[in-house]
Design a protein around this ligand. Sequence first.
Ligand code: GLN
Length: 220
Amino acid sequence: MSSTASKPDVVVLDYGSGNVRSAVRALERAGADVELTADLRRAMDADGLVVPGVGAFAAVARALREVHGDRAVERRLAGGRPVLGICVGLQVMFEASTEPGAGDAEGLGEWPGTAERLPAPVVPHMGWSTVEAPAGSVLFEGIADERFYFVHSYGVQRWEMVDTTGGRMTPPLVTWAEHGAPFVAAVENGPLSATQFHPEKSGDAGAELLRNWVRSLRSA
Ligand SMILES: NC(=O)CC[C@H](N)C(=O)O
């Protein structure tokens, strides 16, 4: 996909998150022209916006708001323009986290729900896990049986969004994984997608997932 001089294919939002460089490299390998920036105009104009995230939920939510990343996400979604959250970038698309220090830190609340500590004997969940992807998933096309790399202690363990439109709303596609309990591994909800795992650290399967997302930008 070749971007015009006026805009990149993908902007990775540069707001101090720790995994931006690896995300940029992985997206470039997926065939996208990528720009790392916090410039809101560039973030709005790009075909896709990636919101990476590592570290504490509250710090990520605060840093995102400090560059008005919340505004970029909301305006893009209002216009049906694709956004991909990664790791804490998935968690902050929900309402909250019970992570210490999160206190009353609010996520963007694009989906109802809370990230809660995984009830497993060993936390963080650090390693490769398989996922249960629903039929029709675009992100997991051709890779639904693969394993992906996770590094997290919190996860959204209940999907709380309900369809109040009587079936007129296209239901979100929720992919699950398990570590002590089932948790949301990925969501595809119209223009908003997110993964709890790190596709940029998930080898060939992660690279294919990013290629699937970059290809979907063409039809957005
Ligand atoms: N990989 C991370 O940065 C961890 C994210 C989050 N603090 C969690 O433990 O779930």
